[in-house]
Design a binder for this molecule. Structure first.
Ligand SMILES: [Zn+2]
Length: 65
């Protein structure tokens, strides 16, 4: 398990909240929530919740944009 392997800027994904449809973009992050642009989904804190409805990460699903 090396950390360097995760830093490929072409592999950003988006994740959608299954409750309200809000989309988290790894490339954009959520600066207002303290999530810097480029933050990978797995690096988003486990206790982070959807800014719209409060759903947890478990309620998000990867989507193609
Ligand atoms: Zn939501």
């Amino acid at each position: 398990m090396t950390q360097e392997a995760t830093k490929n800027p072409t592999e950003y994904k988006s994740w959608m909240c299954l409750i309200c449809g809000w989309i988290y973009s790894e490339a954009a992050g959520v600066p207002d929530e303290g999530i810097a642009p480029g933050t990978k989904w797995e690096d988003v804190p486990m206790n982070w919740t959807c800014p719209e409805c409060g759903a947890r990460k478990d309620d998000f699903e990867m989507v193609q944009v």
